[in-house]
Write a protein of this length. Structure first.
Length: 202
């Protein structure tokens, strides 16, 4: 295959993967905070989250495959799964490998969720939150277009989106804890209220 085509495909699929991963992060934060859009039921949000996650994995597979098949630089299939073993740009490729491994762990655990304990699944799923900043660092450290203004604006938008979703999640969690810890107002017994009202009527 033409190395130029592979190079362009690698660049494009990497950017698309970052966007989809950002959407997955935002939907994950909003969904777990039990926030619901007015006209969107909870299962619809979860289904969108699942489908975008699958799309992110597909574009990630394209990004990885074209990176290895490109003959301009040598990365190798072994470096795809084992971090910091790539002959080319070992550190930044290694970060991408770590993000890939974390995403694979989250994706496989989601497929096996029905067979796993809720606590185990939740612990593995938290790895998604670690994969996003690592993938972001990989994009900036190794991406050919990372110094382009439109890429910097796109990355800033991704960071802002995840930051706002995180603040939303923290506020929703704080409100939930406040509601649970709020004292329950005492209500006078019914018999006492009845006797008081009857006494006043006399």
């Amino acid at each position: 295959m033409n190395s130029t085509y592979l190079w362009y495909t690698t660049r494009a699929s990497g950017i698309v993967t970052l966007i989809l991963l950002t959407l997955t992060m935002v939907l994950g934060l909003v969904t777990t905070s039990r926030s619901r859009a007015r006209h969107w039921p909870g299962f619809a949000q979860q289904e969108i989250h699942r489908r975008i996650s699958i799309m992110a994995v597909v574009f990630l597979a394209i990004h990885v495959s074209t990176s290895v098949l490109d003959t301009y630089v040598h990365i190798g299939w072994f470096a795809v799964v084992v971090p910091f073993t790539s002959p080319y740009s070992r550190f930044w490729v290694g970060l991408g490998t770590i993000a890939l491994d974390l995403m694979i762990a989250v994706f496989v655990s989601s497929l096996l969720r029905a067979r796993m304990k809720p606590g185990t699944w939740r612990g593995i799923h938290w790895l998604a939150y670690a994969s996003w900043p690592i993938a972001l660092a990989h994009t900036f450290g190794l991406g050919t277009d990372s110094r382009e203004r439109w890429v910097m604006a796109l990355v800033a938008l991704c960071v802002l989106s995840v930051g706002l979703a995180l603040v939303w999640r923290m506020r929703a969690t704080a409100r939930g804890r406040a509601m649970l810890s709020a004292p329950i107002p005492r209500v006078a017994p019914l018999t006492r209220r009845v006797s008081t009202s009857s006494t006043r009527s006399r």
